[in-house]
Design a protein around this ligand. Structure first.
Ligand SMILES: COc1ccc(OC)c(-c2cc(C(C)=O)n3cccnc23)c1
Length: 121
């Protein structure tokens, strides 16, 4: 469990796991479920220097590496931007990343998070 034993640490963990599940459910093809390898995407590791994917985010939640929802949101945006950097706009990966990004920005908006905080507390 978290190094932060206070109740906030647990509540944040519950909230981030809830948000991860909502966002990951939108990735119907699983393109963002695991790290992109150079074998499926030639030259990926020399183009993308800060890779990110949902499985890595799940590990970071468990290891208490996110202190705020904004830290979590930054990794989500990084993941989508990586896909929109490496892939051309006419590819399914670029299009899926753009769609996921818009859904995520809405789900992680201040209003939504305030509502979630109210329902969680
Ligand atoms: C076609 O099946 C899969 C399965 C898993 C993938 O990433 C985990 C991907 C994949 C995911 C990506 C991304 C996210 O850029 N990608 C880019 C080029 C070629 N493949 C991918 C594709």
């Amino acid at each position: 469990s978290c190094t932060l034993r206070d109740s906030d640490g647990i509540i944040l963990k519950q909230m981030l796991n809830h948000l991860l599940k909502i966002l990951q459910n939108k990735d119907v093809n699983g393109f963002f479920a695991f790290p992109v390898t150079d074998s499926i995407a030639p030259g990926y590791s020399s183009i993308i220097h800060h890779p990110m994917d949902f499985s890595t985010m799940a590990v970071k939640i468990e290891a208490c590496e996110y202190f705020t929802v904004m830290d979590f949101k930054k990794d989500f945006i990084l993941m989508c931007n990586n896909a929109m950097t490496y892939n051309r706009p006419d590819t399914i990966y670029y299009k899926e990343a753009k769609r996921l990004l818009h859904i995520g920005i809405r789900q992680l908006s201040k209003e939504k998070l305030l509502h979630l905080k109210k329902t969680q507390s």
